[in-house]
Design a protein around this ligand. Structure first.
Ligand code: IMP
Ligand code: MG
Length: 323
């Protein structure tokens, strides 16, 4: 069973990271294939507590090679902050590989995420404000910046110009914010180029070679089935493919190499942000579950909405993912 996919069945925070860590000893590679630093995952090793957002959970397991796949959106500042925090605690992070095709979250994505949410008013999605949606929107609109663009200043400048062209009209005329200059963004991004360079690879090739060699590769889904942009509770979803199919497109591995799909489900249900939640509790049982389960967001600290176990969404997720 060399290709194993782990996905969330509900609205996230089911404990996928823990499941990945439990598999750790038998795992050679852990691949993050969607999302970015909207995720949050707390790991306790001994009496040290680690909160990871962007890095795949495999980063903490010795002997595992963690991979940030092409389907991920990368905030470089967050990437280096997390790496430095782990290094300061004596952990070796030098095995990390990042796809050259992964897209980059910039300052204008974070700004747009926040202003559009505010503009939506009652219709707000309750995003994590990390620029995830705007970065994926640029990817689909073909004006995204990819990790490989960091290595050619002229190309980078042209692409940032293209990306900012319409956005500055929007920021200034609609949202009443200041315009963002090409120079500030290019300077920001170039500052990371040489540090990120040694980590960048053709991760699809690496993973396919690893599977050929019989290595165990765990594909760790970010968010969960009900937050998937196609199969979740649209429009109250994240902007990526959080279901098993995303493991193939988000990492460049054929679907026939995914041998086993594991769904993680909690005995009750939680959700962060707006949107439907059929079994939600508003009484003392809900409060009790929230406090007993420490149901507060790892990324934003928001109290999670809490409810009973929901059998129909579990059945649905089983079908969508092929669990
Ligand atoms: P975004 O991913 O920041 O655009 O947020 C979209 C929706 O997904 C919001 O309801 C967030 O609360 C939710 N969300 C995003 N990432 C996570 C996660 O890792 N766990 C739980 N909910 C998440
Ligand atoms: Mg989480």
């Amino acid at each position: 069973m060399p290709g194993i996919v782990i996905v969330g069945v509900q609205w996230g925070d089911e404990g996928k990271g823990k499941a990945t860590d439990l598999l750790g000893e038998r795992t050679d590679w852990v691949v993050k294939f969607n999302g970015g630093n909207n995720a949050g995952h707390t790991v306790v090793i001994g009496d040290e507590k680690y909160a990871l957002h962007l890095l795949p959970s495999g980063i903490l397991s010795p002997g595992v090679t963690p991979v940030i796949g092409n389907g991920v959106v990368v905030d470089l500042e967050v990437l280096f902050n997390e790496l430095e925090a782990l290094n300061a605690r004596g952990l070796d992070t030098s095995r990390l590989k990042i796809s050259a095709n992964a897209h980059i979250i910039t300052q204008y994505h974070r700004t747009l995420d926040k202003v559009t949410e505010r503009f939506l008013g009652k219709r707000m999605i309750g995003t994590t404000g990390r620029g995830i949606g705007p970065a994926y929107a640029d990817k689909i609109n073909r004006v995204g910046i990819r990790v490989q663009d960091l290595f050619d200043e002229n190309i980078l400048r042209q692409k940032v110009e293209g990306a900012l062209d319409q956005k500055n009209h929007l920021l200034v005329k609609v949202f009443n914010r200041r315009a963002i200059t090409v120079d500030e963004i290019v300077e920001d991004l170039l500052a990371y180029a040489e540090r990120v360079r040694p980590m960048v690879s053709d991760t699809s090739l690496l993973l396919n070679d690893a599977l050929d060699a019989g290595d165990v590769v765990v594909f760790e889904g970010g968010q969960a089935t009900m937050l998937d942009v196609d199969h979740g509770t649209y429009p109250f979803v994240t902007s990526s493919s959080a279901t098993a199919g995303g493991a193939a497109t988000g990492s460049g591995v054929g679907p026939n190499r995914l041998d086993r799909i594991v769904g993680i489900v909690k005995a009750y249900t939680t959700r962060v942000g707006s949107g439907p939640f059929p079994t939600e509790l508003f009484d003392e049982s809900g409060d009790w579950l929230r406090s007993r389960g420490f149901e507060f967001g790892t990324t934003t600290g928001r109290p999670r909405r809490v409810g009973w176990y929901d059998a129909p969404i579990t059945r649905y997720a089983t079908r969508i993912n092929g669990i």
